[in-house]
Design a protein around this ligand. Sequence first.
Ligand SMILES: *Cc1c(COP(=O)(O)O)cnc(C)c1O
Length: 394
Amino acid sequence: MKFATKLLHGTSCFDPATGAASTPIYQASTFHQADLDRPGAFDYSRSGNPTRQALEDAIAVLEGGERGFAFASGMAAISSVFMLFSAGDHIVVAEDVYGGTYRFLTKVLSRMNIDVTFVDTTSLAEVEKAITPCTRGIYLETPSNPTLKVTDIAAICRLARSNNLLVIVDNTFLTPYYQRPLELGADIVIHSATKFIGGHSDVVAGLAVTRDKELGEQLYFIQNGMGAVLGAQDSWLVMRGLKSLKARLDVSTRTADKIARWLAGHPEVKKVYYTGLEQHPGHLLQARQASGHGAVLSFDVGSRERAKALFDRVTLPIVAVSLGAVETILSYPATMSHAAMPKEERVCRGITDGLIRLSAGLEDADDLIHDLEQALNSLENLSFESKEEAYSGT
Ligand SMILES: *Cc1c(COP(=O)(O)O)cnc(C)c1O
C-alpha cells in the first residue's frame, strides 16, 4: 500500500462492531468485565481505550513500527519516553531541540540525575566525541527548528548501534509522510500531533512509536504508570486530521517551496532557510533521507524593528507559536520559541532578531505572496541593522 492509501486503510477504516465510517468516541473511563476469570480487551481508559487504540494502531502502521502510543501532548510523549532512562544515564541530544524539550531536560530530568550533552548532531564527529561509558541514548530532531539543520539519521543510527544506544527522533516537522526514522534505524519516533498530524489548530496531542515489541512493552508500562494519556475526544480529532495529512502536506509544501524561492530573490530579505532550496547546506541529505522538504521555512529580515514592521503589516497569516496547520502561521523565534536562550547563544545559532518562521497552510500561494510582498515592501525605509544589533558584540 502506498502512503495515501495507508492513511485511510492502513488499519480498519470502519468500526468493526457497527460499520460506522468514523471510529466511535468511546467516552468511558471503565469497562464492564463479564467474567472475572477472563478479563476483556479493555478495563480502564488510562490503561487502554478503544478510540485511543485506533489512533495508536494507525500511527504505528504509518511509521512502520511495532507499537504506537498517544499522549496528552507532544511534551507528554517526550517526557514519558525519557522515563525509559535511569539515574546515572547520559544522553546525547541535538543542540537545537524544541524549547520545551530543552527545558524538560535541563530543569526536570537533570534533577533525576540523568545527564545530557547538547551537540551539533549534523556533525557525526561531534556526536561520537560526546559519547561516554554512561551514554544510553541519542535524541534527534531533523530538520531542526527554526534554521532547519539536517542530521543524517542513518549515520547516527549506525554509530548508536555500535555503542548499544537508543536513537529517538522527534519527527514532528516532516511526519511519516516525508520521513520514517524507524526505517533508517531509529528505535523510537515521537510527534507533537498538535502540529501537522492534527493539522487544524484544534487539539494538543503527542504520539510515539517503537520499532520493536520489547521497547513497546517498556513504553506501555511507562504510559500506563505515568498516565499522561490522550483522551478519547482528542484521539478522535487527531485521527480526523490524520486522514488528510498527505493532501494537506502536498499543498502546504508546494506553497512553502514557492514562497521560499520568492523570498530568496527579494531585496528586503537577508537570508532564507528551507531545505528545498539547492543552496541550503542540508538540501542533498534531506533529499536522500526524506521524500519531501515540508511546509516550514524561516527567513531573516535583518533586525527586530524590520521583523516587527512585517508582523504589523501582514494580514493573512496568523501570528502564533505553533506550526503545521491549515492556516499559515508566522512566528518570531527570538521572543517565542527561543526566548529562554541567552541572546549571544541564540544569534550564534542563526536565531537573530530578524528571523521569522513561516509554516505554510492551505491558502492560495499567490495570495500569501502578495500579502508578504506588501509587508516586505514597507521595510524599504528601515535599515537592515538596528542600532542595538550594530553595537552588540563590542
Ligand atoms: C510543538 C513541538 C513539541 C511539543 O509538542 P506539544 O504538543 O506542544 O507538547 C515538540 N517537538 C516539536 C518539534 C514541536 O514543534
